[in-house]
Write a protein that binds this ligand. Structure first.
Ligand code: GLN
Ligand code: ZN
Length: 751
């Protein structure tokens, strides 16, 4: 049995965030396990039905997921962290037996810390990092998965295609607690999968999809060989069960080269972010052609796509699919009201229709109406004045190298010493202060029209006054306004920039029950009016200490949005950069002497293959510099990045040429500083001395020790004292207590 039309993966959170709401109600104790289980079952059933009704003849099914697919895999393989092992099986109420251990790993408990969470390849989705060791043994806990699968096949037939995360990918994303290499477990894990596959076949499945996105990254030759051997074994595990190996986010040809001839029955590849040549494909296996973009929101150019598919279909059997899971895009456009831009777009449901139409066309069916409508929409987009602004184009065309270049570090440091006159080891924070219930409820009331703009603004001004007062009382040196008016920073700026559009219901899962609504960049970006100057002025009016202007950098503005696909990312980034450059100039005119431009996402967009990284870094760094290089010497530019694995980005941090960079460092004990020192870094740095990701207040001697460790690697003239990240998710109690400790640590170190 083969198939012709599918998608690579399904979203889980629900078209109306039903799973989020059900999870949160369950965690609060407001609903039963049976209710939560019912919501998850209904969502997966509905999605399968939607795919089949739309005309797809194979439907991926990853089981009911209650938080994250990698965590699901850990539960399935019996590798939830050691520390949750004592939590007993859940009572029989429709939830899997492991669910209490599963949630404890995902979210922590009063006694137990949560597992680390990190970004899924170059996306803004976060997975729960598996914790393994040399002693890890895999023991399948597959009861829940197999029961669900059997029910689903009974209900919807053999079009249901179970999906697993592949052994290579699972281990590559895991960490060990004992310094051993996760890949040492590769053969064991293949053997475990070899036991699982017959059980899956037993429940009635004809196909199994195994996701191996790690196969698109740079992997050493010996690992490639071991993976090949592993798949040879899997292909023999159950002769009737056909295996689809799925990759995404990059060129799939290497995966095909690695696994061709092993007995794998099909390769799923990304034809949008990877090439369409696929030189290694012999035409022997089924090609599941990911031609519909699974992670961006634009309509597919159907004629072009059909042509590509036609060329491939001459070489062997082809099924039509999406480039990756539809997890990364909203469910449907149906409830949006986006004006003329609406018809340029395709969200999940619309993409499924595109897949079905392409597959039908490929098999010679008449879908000319669908193609015609699509052709017209694409022509309308191309001709629209909305996507082209001549003034913006003229300005980007005139950018010169000098626009990205400030004076020498020495000159700037001298000028800033004079203008700012700060004590050694200045203390500051990263920008946001607690987003209290009052702040969020004021914003909600304003959005619903229950209070007017003036009343809302007044509430925020009062908040800023309060936040400034608290920082003065704590004795911090460089203050912030606290960002109360920003719900999500990218959303906040996108609402004020032309060329950006916000949606109403277009939620995408970011992690667990957390969803985001990324704005859409549809046209040339520019800034009609100052965006933050009023807030800066309000804050500065309450204090004599310097208040930092607070902006979000161009790369992050792109990374957390859906970007236009009709021009290079670097061009869009430069447009955002020019808007920020103007904002910085206005902030300076209003009196700001320190301006922070956050770039927490600079690492997230780093290409998966080393060969593609230099070109990315060139435009990413270039856009940051374009945004900031207009500042005179006496104005201090800060930036902030929050992830700890910095070592591969040391040069990038230098190249940004920010006067001060604050980074996450508390959890890994300042390791990154030694690398900075070795690289001859001569700019200011603020390694976080308080891990803000947990409500715990650090002890004085802990922070003292971190600061002492920092002083081992950093010139005291260049060292700043600050937390790891913004404080918006924290409460006031721990914030005040922790900042007291931080200020005291700086005071003692100065003495
Ligand atoms: N200035 C932002 C804040 O403090 C930075 C956010 C971030 O690092 N993600 O919230
Ligand atoms: Zn941060």
């Amino acid at each position: 049995m083969t198939f012709h039309a599918t998608i690579s993966g399904v979203p889980r959170i629900g078209p109306d965030r039903e799973l989020k709401k059900a999870l949160e109600a369950y965690w609060r104790g407001d609903s039963t396990g049976r209710e939560l289980a019912g919501v998850a079952t209904k969502l997966t059933n509905d999605y399968t039905d939607q795919l089949i009704t739309a005309g797809l003849d194979s439907a991926p099914y990853a089981g009911r997921s209650f938080y994250d697919a990698i965590l699901d895999t850990s539960a399935l393989l019996g590798t939830l962290p050691e520390r949750v092992a004592d939590i007993p099986d859940h009572s029989n109420d429709g939830l899997p037996g492991f669910i209490d251990r599963y949630f404890a790993a995902a979210r922590g408990t009063a006694e137990l810390p949560a597992s680390a969470m990190t970004k899924w390849f170059d996306t803004n989705y976060h997975y729960i990092v598996p914790e393994l060791s040399a002693d890890t043994t895999f023991s399948l806990d597959d009861h829940a998965f197999l029961e669900d699968l059997r029910d689903q096949i009974k209900r919807a037939g053999t079009a249901v295609r179970p999906v697993l995360i592949g052994p290579l990918t699972y281990l590559s994303l895991a960490r060990t607690t004992d310094g051993s290499k996760t890949l040492d477990l590769l053969e064991d894990l293949f053997a475990t999968y070899a036991r699982l596959l017959p059980r899956i076949a037993d429940r009635g499945a004809e196909w199994v999809q195994i996701d191996e996105p790690t196969l698109v990254t740079d992997i050493p030759e010996d690992v490639t060989q071991r993976v090949r051997a592993g798949y040879e074994k899997l292909a023999q595990a159950h002769p009737e069960l056909k295996i689809l190996v799925q990759t995404y986010f990059e060129d799939g040809d290497r995966a095909i080269a690695t696994l061709s001839g092993t007995g794998v029955a099909a390769f799923g590849v990304d034809l949008v972010y990877g090439g369409v040549e696929l030189a290694s494909w012999t035409g022997e296996e089924l090609l599941v052609a990911g031609i519909v973009d699974g992670r961006n929101v634009w309509r597919t150019n159907m004629d072009q796509a059909l042509q590509t598919l036609g060329t491939l279909a001459h070489r062997g059997p082809v099924a039509v699919s999406t480039s990756c899971s539809l997890l990364h895009v909203p469910y449907t456009l149906e409830r949006e009201d986006l004006g003329p831009v609406q018809e340029w777009l395709a969200f999940g449901k619309e993409k499924i229709a595109e897949v079905a139409a392409l597959s039908a066309a490929l098999r010679g069916e008449d879908v000319s109406e669908f193609f015609k409508a699509s052709r017209e929409a694409i022509a309308a987009r191309e001709a629209s004045p909305l996507s082209h602004n001549e003034q913006v184009r003229a300005r980007t065309a005139a950018i010169t190298a000098a626009d990205r270049q400030r004076s020498s570090i020495k000159e700037r440091q001298e000028a800033q010493r004079e203008s700012l006159n700060l004590p050694p080891l200045p203390t500051t924070t990263i920008g946001s202060f607690p987003q209290t219930r009052e702040i969020r409820s004021a914003r909600a009331r304003w959005r619903r029209g229950q209070i007017d703009g003036e009343a809302y603004k007044q509430a925020m001004v009062d908040e800023v006054r309060d936040v400034i007062g608290r920082q003065e009382a704590l004795g911090l040196d460089v203050l912030v306004h606290g960002e109360p008016e920003r719900n999500d920073m990218v959303q906040y700026f996108s609402e004020q920039l032309e060329g950006y559009l916000s949606t109403d219901h277009a939620w995408v899962q970011s992690y667990g029950s957390r969803c985001v609504r990324p704005p859409i960049i549809y046209g040339d970006v520019h800034r009609p009016e100052p965006m933050t100057v009023e807030w800066y002025k309000v804050a500065q009016s309450f204090t004599d200490k310097p208040v930092k202007g607070m902006l979000t950098g161009p790369v992050t503005m792109l990374a957390w949005s859906f970007v236009r696909d009709d021009q290079p990312l670097g061009d869009t980034a430069d447009q955002v950069a020019l808007a920020l450059r103007d904002e910085i100039s206005d902030l300076i005119d209003a009196g700001a002497q320190i301006i922070q431009v956050d770039e927490p996402a600079i690492r997230e967009l780093l290409p998966l293959r080393e060969a593609n990284q230099p070109a990315y870094l060139e435009w990413a760094v270039g856009s940051f510099r374009l945004a900031t290089a207009g500042a005179p010497n006496a104005v201090q530019i800060h930036t902030h990045m929050c992830y700890s694995e910095f070592n591969e980005l040391i040069d990038t941090v230098s190249n940004l040429d920010a006067d001060v960079t604050s980074i996450e460092a508390a959890r890994n004990g300042m390791q990154v500083l030694a690398a900075l020192k070795d690289a001859g870094y001569e700019l200011g740095v603020g390694p976080g001395v308080w891990d803000i990701h947990s409500p715990r207040v650090p002890q004085q001697d802990e922070v003292d020790a971190l600061l002492a460790a920092a002083l081992d690697s950093v010139d005291p003239q260049l060292l700043w004292v600050n937390p790891d990240c913004g404080l918006k998710t924290r409460g006031w109690e721990e914030t005040t207590a922790s900042l007291k400790v931080l200020v005291e640590a700086a005071r003692k170190a100065r003495a």
